[in-house]
Design a protein around this ligand. Structure first.
Ligand code: SF4
Length: 318
């Protein structure tokens, strides 16, 4: 993959929020690349900065520092008008299908809105395109005139996906698209997203707070903690051979489908809450909760290192 040209390049991205004169470092120096047709899973507890990364890439938040290059274009250098053009290529699916769909609009209007904003099709062609999108996500023509409250959670997320696909994007930020759904429905939505990716050549940044479903959909996984990158590897490598103690904690929480192995699964419980990202000290962000912490960990922040090909980690153990 390293020889291919990336579709998306994120370089030293920082997003700080000013809270009464103090700095909340939501995203601190994050860099990664995403290749065409790839899914990168972005994982970590709530508050680790993963959704902020997705939104800052799309400029739903303005960055504090750093660069985002999409298809060779520097996104943060674009004017408002040019940004509108590139937004057609970069879309987002939101976490909560209940609140992300306007309850006053029917499905035709929800999906059609994106077509109208970008002036893509009108009249009968518009209706035909909306019907095509509904079929693409496993819904049908009868759903066209219904309102969001008439659908189940899974169906609403399908509408959210159709809305994102309306403008024929290349890249989609999937911001916890399955977290609000029942486990049985989560698998259906993940399968639909995989199928759409193969069919349409989509590239996903797939954000989630645990590793269970993300392992299934992602080619590579980036683990975040308190605004910092802590580990990045191919999905299988990360699952079989995690290096960072925090990745081990996340993996130990994933249920194993085989009941006899599941019985002996040992969950690693870490003490304490995630610390505040306001004015954090320059030490390992996981120090204080890490079961393997050493003296050096409270002295300096570990560097981001490639410890084996395509396997990166920030931890003083390596
Ligand atoms: Fe744990 Fe130290 Fe590694 Fe941080 S640097 S994850 S505290 S062992």
């Amino acid at each position: 993959m390293e020889n291919k040209k990336p579709l998306l390049k994120v370089e030293n991205l920082k997003k700080y929020f000013n809270i009464q004169g103090r700095q909340l470092k939501a995203v601190d120096n994050v860099s990664f690349e995403l290749y065409k047709g790839e899914t990168l899973g972005l994982v970590g507890e709530s508050g680790c900065g993963k959704s902020t990364i997705g939104k800052t890439i799309l400029r739903l938040h303005e960055p504090t520092d750093g660069k985002v290059i999409f298809d060779g274009v520097s996104v943060y250098d674009l004017s408002k008008n040019k940004m509108k053009d590139i937004r057609k290529k970069m879309q987002i699916i939101f976490q909560d299908p209940y609140s992300s769909l306007d309850p006053r609009m029917n499905v035709a209007d929800i999906i059609g809105e994106a077509l109208d904003i970008h002036q893509l099709v009108k009249g009968e062609a518009r209706t035909a395109r909306i019907k095509e999108l509904l079929r693409l996500v496993g819904l049908n023509d009868d759903h066209l005139s219904r309102f969001a409250h008439e659908f189940s959670g899974g169906q609403r997320q399908r509408i959210g996906i159709a809305r994102a696909l309306a403008v024929e994007p290349d890249f989609i930020v999937c911001d916890e698209p399955i977290s609000a759904l029942d486990v049985s429905i989560q698998a259906q939505i993940v399968n639909l997203m995989k199928e759409l990716q193969n069919r349409l050549g989509l590239t996903y940044l797939f954000i989630a707070h645990d590793l269970s479903m993300v392992r299934y959909i992602s080619d590579r996984i980036l683990v975040m903690y308190l605004g910092n990158m802590v580990e990045l590897a191919e999905s299988d490598t990360l699952s079989m051979k995690p290096l960072h103690p925090y990745t081990e904690v996340l993996l130990s929480a994933v249920p194993i489908p085989n009941p006899s192995i599941e019985q002996s699964r040992k969950r690693i419980i870490v003490e304490g809450e995630v610390p505040s990202p306001i004015d954090p000290p320059p030490i390992c962000p996981f120090y204080g909760r890490c079961p393997k912490a050493m003296d050096i960990c409270k002295g300096k922040k570990p560097l981001w290192k490639e410890v084996e090909p395509q396997h990166f980690v920030a931890c003083h153990l390596y």
